[in-house]
Design a protein around this ligand. Structure first.
Ligand code: ADP
Ligand code: MG
Ligand code: ZN
Length: 602
C-alpha cells in the first residue's frame, strides 16, 4: 500500500512540474506595447498594418510606420476566422502580409493536446497500477495450489547417519529405506515390495526430523520436505491440491523421498472434530491416501512422515500399503545421551575434566534436543563470563537451568521465607533419602530457580523404562515431604507446596485410572485420554465409566494422597535431628550436592 502511495506522490509531483513549466510559457510575453484585438481591428481598418506574424496565440504586428506591437488572440481560433468575425473585409486581409509561424503551430498543437493527454496518461497509469495489483493477487492465487515443498539442496545436505547418535534400531530400519532407493532392482528382482510409507514416531526432540534429513543425505536422491501444517491454509481445498502438486513433482524426479513432517497436523482422525476446519484436513488426508495408493511397484517414491502424536493419527494412514512401516524413536538412554552430547560437544571447547558420561547420568528423560540445548546453554554462560573454555561446573549448572529455569539469585527471600523453604526442601530430601524405593537425592537447594523458591533433585540410580507400584507410592510420599515438613515445624503450610500437590494428585489419578494398579478399581483404565504414551498435552477426556465409579476414583485418589502424607509425616517426625542438620546446612550454604548430603546423613 505504501508503495502505491509513493508512486502516486511521484506522479503528482511530475504533473505539478509540467503545469509549472507550462504556466511559464503562458505568461512569457515581451514587454513591447501590447494592444487589444479591438485596437488591432481598428488599425487594420485604417490600413495602418503592414504585417502580422502569428505565433501561437501571440500576434506580432508590424505597422506601416515600422512600429512593433503585439496582441493576443484566443488559442485555437485561426486569425482569419477572428478577422472575419470582426467583419474585416477580404481586401483588407489580402492587403496585409500574414505569416503563420511554424513553431507557433506546433506550440499550439501541444497546448491543445496536453490538456487531454495528461489526464489520459494519468488514467492509463492508474489502470496499469490496478491491473498489476490484481495480477499480483492472481499470481499468488495461482501458486496457492503448489506444494511449496522444499527440495533439499544436496550440497548443503551433508547430514548422514553419523550425525545422529543412538537410535540404533531406527537407523537400521531407515538404512533399509536408503538401500531401496539406491538399488531398487535388487529388491524388485526377488519380488519384494518396496515400502511406500515410513512413519517416524517419537517424543518431541528425539531427532525425527534429523533422521529424515540423514536419510536424504545418505540416499543422495532428491528429498521433498514439507510440514503438515503447510498443507492447511486459509483457503479450503488448497491442501489437497498441494498434495497433488507435491506428488506430481516427486514422480518426475523419482526415485526420491517425500518427507512430511508433523503429519498429525493433517493426519488426525477424520471426523474427530478437533480444532475446527477439519473438512480441509480430511480432504488433504484423503488426497495423501489417494496418491499413496496410486503408486505402482515401479514408483520409487518413499514417503517419510514424522509425528509425536501417533495416537491421534487416522487409522487409514497406518493400514498396510501406506505407512505400514513404523519406526519408533525412544528417548535416549544413558549411553545414547553420552553419544548425543559427544556430537554436540564437537564444536565446543570443553574443559578436560568434563565427563560427558556424568552429564548423561544426570539427565534422565532428556531428549536429543534438550541435550543440544543444554550444551548450548553452557556455551552461552561461558561466553557471557568471558571465558574461553566450558567448565564442568557450567555444564552441570546448565542441566538445572534446562530442567528448572535459570537461577534467580536476586530473588531474595526474607529470613522467615528462607527458613520455611529450607524446611520444605529438607523434607523432600529426607523422605527421599529414607524411603527404599525413592530415587536418591542428587542436589538440594534453596536458590530460587524458575518459579520454584527452592528445589530438590533426585535421580534414579539407573535409567528406568518401567516403574512399579512401590516406586509410585514412595515418590508420592517424597512429593508431600515439603508439605509435611511445613506442617510439622510451622503448624501451617504456605503456597510453596501447591506445585507438589498438583503433581501428587496427577500421579495418584494415573495410578488409578491409567495404570490399573489400584486394588479396589482393578486392572482397567478409566476415561479415554487422547495421549499419555507420547508426551502430548491432554486435550479432552471421554468418560467411559459411571458416576459411581467417578466417586470411587476420587475416593481412591484421596486415599493415596492421605497415605503418602502419613508416610512423609512419620518419616520426618522420626528423624527430626537429621532434618535439623539438613536445614542448618541449607541455610549456611544454600546448596547441598549429593556427596555432601550422603555424608551428612551417614
Ligand atoms: P523432532 O523429533 O522433534 O523432529 P529434531 O529432529 O528436530 O526433533 O531434533 C532437534 C535437535 O535435537 C536436532 O537438531 C539435534 O540438534 C538434536 N538431536 C536430537 N536427537 C539427536 C540425536 N540422536 N543425535 C544428535 N542430535 C540430536
Ligand atoms: Mg521435528
Ligand atoms: Zn516442594
Amino acid at each position: 500500500m505504501k508503495e502505491i502511495i509513493k508512486k502516486f506522490a511521484i506522479f503528482f509531483l511530475f504533473l505539478a512540474i509540467i503545469a509549472f513549466i507550462f504556466s511559464f510559457f503562458g505568461t512569457d510575453s515581451e514587454e513591447s506595447n501590447e494592444i487589444s484585438i479591438a485596437t488591432l481591428i481598428q488599425e487594420i481598418n485604417s490600413d495602418e498594418v503592414a504585417k502580422i506574424e502569428v505565433q501561437g496565440n501571440v500576434l506580432d504586428i508590424t505597422l506601416k510606420n515600422e512600429e512593433h506591437q503585439t496582441s493576443k488572440k484566443e488559442t485555437g481560433e485561426p486569425l482569419s476566422d477572428l478577422l472575419k468575425n470582426y467583419d474585416v473585409s477580404a481586401e483588407k486581409i489580402a492587403a496585409m502580409d500574414i505569416n503563420v509561424g511554424e513553431e507557433a503551430n506546433s506550440g499550439m498543437l501541444w497546448t491543445t493536446i496536453l490538456p487531454f493527454l495528461i489526464p489520459g496518461l494519468f488514467i492509463i497509469a492508474l489502470i496499469w497500477f490496478m491491473m498489476r495489483q490484481v495480477q499480483g493477487v492472481n499470481n499468488r492465487a495461482m501458486t496457492f495450489g503448489q506444494s511449496g515443498a522444499k527440495v533439499a539442496d544436496r550440497q548443503k545436505q551433508k547430514f548422514t547417519f553419523n550425525d545422529v547418535a543412538g537410535a540404533k534400531e531406527a537407523k537400521e530400519d531407515l538404512f533399509e529405506i536408503v538401500e531401496f532407493l539406491k538399488h531398487p532392482q535388487k529388491f524388485i528382482a526377488i519380488g519384494a515390495k518396496i515400502p511406500k510409507g515410513v512413519l517416524l514416531l517419537g517424543a518431541p526432540g528425539t531427532g525425527k526430523t534429523l533422521l529424515a534429513r540423514a536419510v536424504s543425505g545418505e540416499a543422495k536422491g532428491p528429498f521433498f520436505h514439507i510440514s503438515g501444517s503447510e498443507f492447511v491454509e486459509m483457503f479450503v481445498g488448497v491442501g489437497a491440491s498441494r498434495v497433488r502438486d507435491l506428488f506430481k513433482k516427486a514422480k518426475k524426479s523419482a526415485p526420491c523421498i517425500i518427507f512430511i513432517d508433523e503429519i498429525d497436523a493433517v493426519g488426525r482422525q477424520r471426523g474427530a472434530g478437533l480444532g475446527g476446519s477439519h473438512d480441509e484436513r480430511e480432504q488433504t488426508l484423503n488426497q495423501i491416501l489417494v496418491e499413496m495408493d496410486g503408486f505402482d511397484n515401479q514408483t520409487n517414491i518413499i514417503v517419510l512422515a514424522a509425528t509425536n502424536r501417533p495416537d491421534v493419527l487416522d487409522p487409514a494412514l497406518l493400514r498396510p500399503g501406506r505407512f505400514d512401516r513404523q519406526v519408533v524413536i525412544d528417548l535416549p538412554d544413558m549411553k545414547d545421551r553420552a553419544a548425543i552430547l559427544g556430537i554436540h560437544a564437537k564444536d565446543k571447547p570443553l574443559a578436560k575434566n568434563v565427563d560427558l558420561k556424568v552429564v548423561a547420568q544426570r539427565t534422565p528423560g532428556f531428549s536429543g534436543a534438550d541435550l543440544a540445548n543444554l550444551l548450548n546453554e553452557a556455551a552461552i554462560m561461558t561466553a557471557r563470563d568471558n571465558k574461553k573454555i566450558i567448565e564442568e561446573e557450567t555444564v552441570l549448572n546448565a542441566i538445572e537451568r534446562v530442567l528448572l529455569g535459570r537461577e534467580r539469585k536476586s530473588h531474595i527471600l526474607s529470613e522467615k521465607e528462607k527458613k520455611i523453604t529450607a524446611y520444605h526442601e529438607a523434607g523432600h530430601a529426607l523422605v527421599a533419602h529414607m524411603l527404599p524405593n525413592a530415587d536418591p537425592v542428587h542436589k538440594v537447594s534453596i536458590i530460587a530457580r524458575g518459579r520454584a523458591a527452592g528445589y530438590t533433585i533426585s535421580l534414579p540410580r539407573e535409567d528406568k523404562k518401567m516403574q512399579s507400584y512401590s516406586d509410585f507410592i514412595d515418590s508420592m510420599a517424597v512429593l508431600l515431604g515439603g508439605y509435611a515438613a511445613e506442617k510439622i515445624f510451622f503448624g501451617e503450610v504456605t503456597t510453596g507446596a501447591s506445585n507438589d500437590l498438583k503433581k501428587i494428585t496427577n500421579l495418584a489419578r494415573q495410578i488409578v485410572t491409567q495404570f490399573g494398579m489400584d486394588e479396589k478399581l482393578g486392572p482397567r483404565t478409566f476415561g479415554q485420554k487422547e495421549e499419555m504414551v507420547f508426551l502430548g498435552k491432554e486435550i479432552h477426556e471421554r468418560r467411559d465409566y459411571s458416576e459411581k465409579t467417578a466417586e470411587a476414583i476420587d475416593q481412591e485418589i484421596s486415599n493415596y494422597v492421605g497415605q503418602a502424607l502419613k508416610t512423609a509425616t512419620k518419616t520426618i517426625s522420626e528423624e527430626k535431628d537429621k532434618m535439623e542438620k539438613i536445614v542448618q546446612m541449607l541455610i549456611d550454604k544454600e546448596t547441598i550436592e549429593k556427596e555432601a548430603f550422603e555424608k551428612l546423613m551417614s
